[in-house]
Design a binder for this molecule. Sequence first.
Ligand SMILES: Nc1ncnc2c1ncn2[C@@H]1O[C@H](COP(=O)(O)OP(=O)(O)OP(=O)(O)O)[C@@H](O)[C@H]1O
Length: 295
Amino acid sequence: MTMLGETTHDAMALARSVGYYRNRRLILADVNLTIATGGRWVLFGPNGVGKSTLLEMIAMRTYPNVGGLRVFGDRTVAGSDPEHRRTRIAIVSAAFGHNIGSGMNPLTVVASGIPRGMKDSADEAYEKAYAMMRRLGIAYLTGKQWRNLSEGERTRVMISRALVSPADLLIFDEPTTGLDLGGRETVLRELSALASRGDERTMLLVTHRVEGIPAGFDHIAMMGRMMEHECMTYLDTHPCIYATLDGNTTPGTITFTGPLDEGLTDERLESMFGVPLHVEQTGQRWRASHRLRFA
Ligand SMILES: Nc1ncnc2c1ncn2[C@@H]1O[C@H](COP(=O)(O)OP(=O)(O)OP(=O)(O)O)[C@@H](O)[C@H]1O
C-alpha cells in the first residue's frame, strides 16, 4: 500500500503535510513524520510547540484539519475510528490521569488496562496487575484511593496499566514530570528496560528535556516553530486554512527526524530553545546545560 509515495505497510504512524488549527489559531503546519512499527521514538521540542496535540492525533483523540495521517496503516477519520483501533494504543499522561475516578483503587486502575474480552478471569487480571505494580515498586498503593496518590505515584500506576495492556503502541507523554529523583530514575529504568528488550511494541515518548530520555530510545522527531515565510508558503497552498485564522504564523512543525545521536546537537538545541546549549551523552543518558561564552 502506498500513500504519497511512501510505503506504509511497516509504518505504525505516517503523517503527511498535517495541519491543525483550533480557536482560529494555527497550532501545527506541514507535519511530516513516519514512525516504523516496533520503533523507539522520542518526540522532542519546547513548551507549547504542539507535541501533545500531535500525540492526540496519533492516538485518534483529535484529527488533522488538512493533510493525511495513517495509524496502523489506515487513514484516521473523525467520528469513525473504531474503538478497537484505539484500544491498540495505551497512553500515559497527566490528562489521562484526570479521567480516573477519584475513589478508584490503583490496583483496579492497572487491571483496567486489560480489555474485558482478554481477561480469563477477574482474578487473573488482578494478579497480573499486582505483579506489575510490584515490579514498579508501587504494590503498597493497593487499596488506596486515586485522589490520595501523589503525582509520581499516579504516573507509575498509569505506566503499570500501559504495561499490562496488550496495546501495540505505548505513548508516554512527559512521564517523569513531577517525579522526585527516585521516582524519575525508577520510571526511566523501567522504560529503558522495556525499550531494550525485544518487545515488538512501538514506543513513543514525549519530552522537552533531554534528561528525560530513557536509554534504549534511539530515534527522535524534533519539533520547532515554523519560520513566518515558510508558514506563508504553506498557507498559500492551503487557502482553506488561511480563511479561518486570525494570526499565529509560527506554528509548530517537525524540524528533524532520525537517529537520536544525529538529532541532538548543540546547534539544533540552540536554535530550538534560543539559548546557547551544550548537549552530551554520558553512558546511555543525555544531559544539556547552558554553554557559557566568555569574551
Ligand atoms: N483549545 C485551544 N485553543 C487554542 N490554542 C490551544 C488550545 N489548546 C492548546 N492550544 C495551544 O496549542 C499549542 C500547542 O499545545 P500543546 O499542549 O500541544 O504543546 P506541547 O508542545 O505539548 O507543550 P508542553 O511541552 O508545554 O506540554 C499551545 O500554544 C497551546 O496554547
